[in-house]
Design a protein around this ligand. Sequence first.
Ligand code: SF4
Ligand code: SF4
Length: 178
Amino acid sequence: MNTPDLAFEALKKARALLEVSAPLNLDCGRLCGAACCQGEGPGSRGGMLLFPGEEAMYPQLPEGFVITPDNGIVPDGRLLTCAGTCRREDRPLGCRLFPLAIVLEGNGEPELALDPRAWPICPLMPSGMAGLSADFVSAATEAMRALAGANETRAFLIRQAAFIRRLQRPLWESGAVS
Ligand code: SF4
Ligand code: SF4
């Protein structure tokens, strides 16, 4: 199997694993009014960076979905934004993983981590990984291993991890405080 096919198969597997597993064994969106789907304020749209090849999974965009270029995290990134609701089977992988992120550096092993971008909005953050459903963490772990095995996706994960690491740096290291 060539690299793009491998990445596509890994993506399909990861999306399938996380189609049924959710962060809690109940609908966590009811705890917070689905805060992660509401964007950053009135009129803004929620959304997620797509994984490499994921755009091909939307030959027809569901109502309310828009895909635009976004180089903020990775070069040639594709950002899916939405109107704040979607069917579970339409959800992009980043939304299925949230509030987790896959962290990968160089030739290292991938790790699951709480995504620091979730802190301002997600009430699951204070209880940490231990507060998440064991089935969800296990599905995310299997998805992570599949994704990190595909070179194209691995490169994406490394770039995304660098972005996450920058968010995690203390202010005095980032130069914001002198
Ligand atoms: S913000 Fe957190 S608790 Fe709320 S729907 Fe999203 S993942 Fe669930
Ligand atoms: S795509 Fe769906 S899960 Fe993701 S932010 Fe939009 S409504 Fe929420």
